[in-house]
Design a protein around this ligand. Sequence first.
Ligand code: PLP
Ligand code: COI
Length: 339
Amino acid sequence: MENVNWSELPFGYMKTDYNVRCYYRDGKWGELEVSSSEIINIHMAATCLHYGQEAFEGLKAYRGRDGKIRVFRMDENAKRLQSSSRGIMLAELPVTVFEEAVRKVVKLNERFIPPYESGSSLYIRPLLLGMGAQVGVKPANDYLFLVFVTPVGPYFKGGFKPSPVCIMREYDRAAPLGTGTIKVGGNYAASLVAGEKAHKEGYAAVLYLDPKEKKYIDECGPANFFAIRGKTYITPESHSILPSITNKSLIQLAKDMGFTVERRPVPIEELSTFDEAAECGTAAVVAPISRIDDLDENNSYIYSKDGKPGAVCEQLYNKLRGIQYGDEPDLHNWVSFIE
Ligand code: PLP
Ligand code: COI
C-alpha cells in the first residue's frame, strides 16, 4: 500500500480485497461467503431495482495508536438495519450475523485500515437488497446482505472546519410518516436534487425542516443536527429523521460533561439563540456549522466567523474521536476489537 496517501483520502470508493455476502433463500439465511469480486449478479426484476426495497448502514473501523483495530457500536447499526428491514419488509438479519460479517470483512481487508497518524478510517458499508423477481408491488422472496469496506477521509471538505448549510423549503427528503426514520436508499435519492443545488451554491449540506409544517428543524441530508446553548445540548425529535448513533453517543458524552440534554422539536426561530451548531454522523463525525442561510426568508444565522469550531463542538469531537481511536477510556463499552 505504498502509493496511498492516507491522510489525504477523500470520502469515496476505493477497491479493497474482499467483501462478505450472505443470501436469504427459502425462508432462511445461508452461510457467510467471502468474495473478491466487486460485481453482484442480479435479476432484472429484483425488487431493490424497481421498488427501492433496499436498506444500508454505515460504520467505521479505526486503527489505534496501539495498533489495535476498533469498531464503534456495531450492535447499534445491526439493530437499525433490523428496524429498516421492518420498515420496508426486508428479511431481518440477526445481529450476530451482522457482527460476524463486519468482523470478517474488516479482518480480511486489514491492510486497508488507515494508520493512526493519518486521522482516516475504514468505512464499512453493509447493504441489504431485495433480490427476488416481482413485477407486482410485493416484497421479494430472496435477499442479499453484503458488506464492503473502503478507506475514507472526512465527509465534508476541510474535515473539522465549520462550513455553511442552507434551508430550502421546496424539498423534503422524507414524508411526515414516511421512511425518514430508517436508512433506505429512497431517502437519499430524494435528497439528490436539493443536495446538488446546495453544493453548487457553496453549501456543505441542506438542513431539512419537518415535512409536515416546515416549522421545526429536522436534520441534514447525511447527518443529524445538534446545537449548543450555554450548558445545554439541543437536538431535534421528529418522526422524519434517522436515529443517529453518533448523536446518541454525543448525547451521552454531553451528559458526562455536565450538560443538560434536550431532545425535542426545535422551532426555526430558535436558531438565533444558539451559541454553536453542528452536523453529526458516522461519515460527518462532528461537522461544525459556520452559518445557516435560510434561502426562502433571506435570513442568516451565524455560529462561526473566524473559521474556528466552537469550544463545545471541539470538546465533543475530541472525546468521541478519542474513544473511537482508543486514546480515551471507553467507559460505555462502545468499542469492539477486531483480533
Ligand atoms: N441522518 C442521516 C440522514 C444519515 O444518513 C446519517 C448517516 O448514517 C445520520 C443521520 C447519522 O447517523 P449515524 O450517526 O448513525 O451515522
Ligand atoms: C454515514 O454517515 O454512514 C452515512 O451513511 C452518510 C452518507 C454517506 C449517506
